[in-house]
Design a protein around this ligand. Structure first.
Ligand code: MN
Length: 593
């Protein structure tokens, strides 16, 4: 009868139960004997491909020539690298300023220094104010350096696939160029047929189908060189394995396809290694030192704590700091650098909180917020997500002046049905739109100065033509007894990692609120409290911790009136590391009966 009641509620609130793939379900059930565990992959995969690959291949099958040779131009790149190393030429790596870029620089530097023992290798870190990609400033800088001391080879990582014309200038100066990247090559300005090797698995002629990060592409390019040209010995290959946690870090930070068996291997390996007693690089050792409340570093810690910190210097200061932290050769240096990075991160938070209170332009209604503020370059994206909460609108854009004569902004949406990229596609012929890119939930856009109001009006008119449906939930399972909840919790842990295309499972249950605390902070409203599961035999023996963020003003007001009532909750299930490792219920949405 409880189940019937929950199902009725699901109908009323437009919640759908996922349909598991039978083949996947039966395959996993046979291995694990667990219904709860089998549901997770069966609700995410349509076939056994990734599961079979994950089960039957190990890291050794990835770290070899037979697998890596399918990445376009990887063999060509190894010949070029060999030529320049043999001639003892000066080699420069050019990296982007986000976590994937910075990490690719650290990995490149560490491989050349520690494994290849090659000293003439330098890294140039891009800066936000110079624009994205391999920009004019970087090219001019390299050409300037080249005049003083000849450079043999420039290698890009995590960018370069849209910089053909600029890289041509390096070729014209007699410098060899290898592009390693994972971004979709530009149609109009691809480096193909300009540079000596264009190592990018997103090229249309690519036979390599895994969705790996920029750091992984660079790492594989160097590993391929080591395997093919150096016939490296086992201890040196072990040193390549030691760098894998850096790949796992970027696999989490760049939100690449987490259903992909290769990415699952990287993240699983990374979490195992950094939580083991193995001696790690000073960077990882000091990161581990700062984890409080528990010894365990999980994906959540990496994305919300570590990645946020590492990105801060690139946002408001000099991204070289994060790079230096990652290559530090002593614990003291790493510790000092991490403290500096943390200071900048705190400063970034302060700037952000001040900015949201004192915006120069703020146009808002229930569907849309468009804001502008002077001098907040680098934090527009974070502010856009804060604006969603502050104004309770469906989408938000935040702009600032980054380059002369234009304003650059970031956009966020809370509703998958309102695709930002589709909206911008419809405005692409407006003369104030200069550049844009991104996807459904997050976008970047550059406008002519003083066009904020026109932009707001045009987007608003497009939104009026659309009916915005409230978010529709697809859940993994209905949970109506305590034993099932515990089994589901264990299954969630065993099926890690989650991410893009392998989302964390969602469940529905009826709970009774035992006690609650409402916290209002920086314009957000949070619920923390204790709940019990409603079962056919009354309430569960165990208490569970609940956490929830109100997304609309209406939800916030209802939360404030919440009593010890029974509610339907759509939730993720996890571990509360800060409260004696108890089961944590993170409510996506609370439905009142
Ligand atoms: Mn990247």
């Amino acid at each position: 009868m409880l189940r019937k009641e929950i199902k009725k509620g699901m109908e009323k609130f437009n919640i759908e139960l996922s349909k598991p793939n039978k083949q996947v379900y039966n395959h996993v059930l046979e291995k694990t004997k667990s219904r709860e565990r089998s549901l997770i992959p069966a609700n995410r995969y349509n076939n056994l491909y990734n599961i079979n690959k994950y089960e039957h291949t190990n890291l050794r099958h990835i770290m070899n020539l037979k697998f890596l040779k399918h990445i376009p131009d990887i063999d060509k790149a190894s010949e070029v690298i060999k030529k320049h190393i043999d001639n003892k030429n000066l080699i420069y790596q050019v990296i982007d300023y986000d976590v994937d870029g910075i990490t690719s620089g650290a990995v490149g530097f560490l491989i050349f220094k520690k494994i290849f023992k090659y000293k003439r290798y330098k890294v140039i870190v891009n800066n936000r104010s110079w624009k994205n990609g391999v920009n004019e400033t970087i090219i001019n800088d390299i050409l300037e350096k080249h005049k003083k001391q000849p450079i043999g080879l420039v290698i890009t990582s995590d960018h370069g696939s849209s910089d053909g014309d600029r890289l041509q200038r390096l070729k014209d100066a007699g410098i060899d160029v290898i592009v390693t990247d994972h971004h979709l090559p530009s149609e109009s300005n691809s480096p193909l047929n300009i540079v000596d090797a264009f190592v990018n698995h997103k090229r249309i002629d690519s036979l390599f189908t895994n969705d790996i990060t920029g750091t992984a592409v660079l790492y594989f390019t160097y590993l391929y060189y080591a395997l093919k040209q150096l016939n490296i010995e086992k201890d040196k290959l072990d040193m390549f394995y030691d760098l894998l946690p850096y790949i796992g870090l970027t696999t989490i930070s760049d939100s690449v396809d987490m259903g992909d068996w290769v990415n699952r291997k990287f993240v699983k390996f990374t979490l195992n290694v950094i939580n083991s007693n193995r001696k790690l690089s000073p960077f990882w050792e000091v990161v581990k030192d700062r984890v409080f409340g528990t010894w365990f570093i999980d994906q959540e810690f990496i994305s919300f704590n570590l990645v946020a910190k590492l990105n801060s210097p690139g946002r408001i200061a000099n991204p070289e700091l994060s790079f230096k932290l990652m290559i530090a050769d002593t614990l003291q240096k790493a510790d000092y650098m991490l403290t500096e990075v943390e200071k900048i991160n705190d400063e970034r938070k302060q700037i952000q909180n001040d900015a949201i209170k004192n915006l120069d332009i703020e146009l808002t209604n229930t569907d849309l917020t468009v804001a502008y503020k002077k001098d907040i370059s680098g934090i527009q994206g974070i502010l856009a997500s804060k604006l969603l909460y502050k104004n309770q609108s469906t989408i938000a854009f935040c702009f600032t002046d980054e380059h002369e004569g234009t304003i650059s902004g970031s956009a966020r949406s809370i509703n998958k049905d309102v695709s930002l990229i589709e909206l911008l596609n419809k405005l692409k012929n407006k003369d104030y739109i200069l550049r844009y890119g991104g996807h459904a939930m997050a976008c970047g856009v550059e406008l002519k100065k003083d066009s904020v109001e026109d932009f707001y009006n045009d987007i608003n008119n497009l939104l009026k033509e659309k009916t915005i449906n409230s978010t529709h939930y697809i859940i993994d399972d209905i949970i109506d007894n305590e034993k099932q909840l515990y089994k589901t919790f264990m299954s969630n842990v065993n099926e890690l990692p989650y991410g893009q295309n392998y989302s964390q499972p969602l469940y529905i249950s009826k709970f009774k609120v035992i006690n609650k605390k409402i916290i209002e902070k920086n314009g957000n409203t949070f619920l923390i409290g204790t709940i019990k599961l409603v079962t056919n035999n009354g309430l569960s023996k165990s208490n569970f911790k609940i956490f929830h963020t109100a997304e609309t003003r209406k939800e916030k007001e209802r939360l404030l009136r919440l009593t010890d009532e029974e509610v339907l909750i759509v939730y993720n299930i996890g571990l509360n590391k800060y409260r004696e490792n108890k089961i944590n219920i993170t409510a996506e949405k609370i439905f009142y009966l």
